[in-house]
Ligand binder design. Sequence first.
Ligand code: ADP
Ligand code: MG
Length: 247
Amino acid sequence: MEAMAIEVHNLTKRFGAVQAVQDVSFTVPAGSIFGLLGPNGSGKSTTIRMLCGLLRPTAGSGRVLGLDIISQAEQVKARIGYMSQKFSLYEDLTVFENLRFFGSVYGLTNRELDLRCRELAARMKLEGRENQLVGTLSGGWKQRVALASAFVHQPRLLILDEPTAGVDPVSRRIFWELLNVLIAEGVTILVTTHYMDEAENCHLVALMEGGRLYAFGPPERLMAEEGLPTLEDVFVRMATRGGQPFA
Ligand SMILES: Nc1ncnc2c1ncn2[C@@H]1O[C@H](COP(=O)(O)OP(=O)(O)O)[C@@H](O)[C@H]1O
Ligand SMILES: [Mg+2]
């Protein structure tokens, strides 16, 4: 696998007069967990949708798992696991029916699906609810079903858009434990969040504000460089500095 799981250069997206993402550049080494932080409307989802091959950039370029996000968008979609902000599950299907559906989209055979569903139920802590309708599950359970669905084809890169928004603290904790197991197995993860405390679980973080990236690096280094005790302090200082944004 490539040394860099994600590489973007001057990624830019305009929607009419709205500059949603502006000159964003960063690289994420394979096997690391990268947290993209920023308030609502800062451009996180737009950045992610360009990385997933779902949205064509206005300008700039990028490679994901070595694939070009513009000319090889279809291969990018097939190779990565993506969990969208709204979880995109079928509420009127059971947990297993959802996993089987997403697995069949990725071309798994019936035999592979049976094995994979049982394996995912155990790994993603879904046991006991395999045949329950997803619409009747709590937010924390839905979140784990969505993670299992994104991981059904065993992608080497997971892109998760605000997976913990609106989920209770216990479920958030369980979810981060699951992510740490995946990281230990060498999966690369990009996760967006507006919870600053979650950034401290990441090897690398970036702050977005108004479509621009204001800081990028390991959380400890960013705190040490600014001489501040928390990432929240660093980000408040960077976002209010009004100077030259990072990259
Ligand atoms: N399809 C779209 N059409 C027009 N404006 C959009 C579209 N998608 C996002 N935007 C705008 O781009 C900006 C960034 O949005 P988004 O990437 O969703 O931010 P975040 O995920 O950080 O909340 C916002 O101002 C949003 O309203
Ligand atoms: Mg968003």
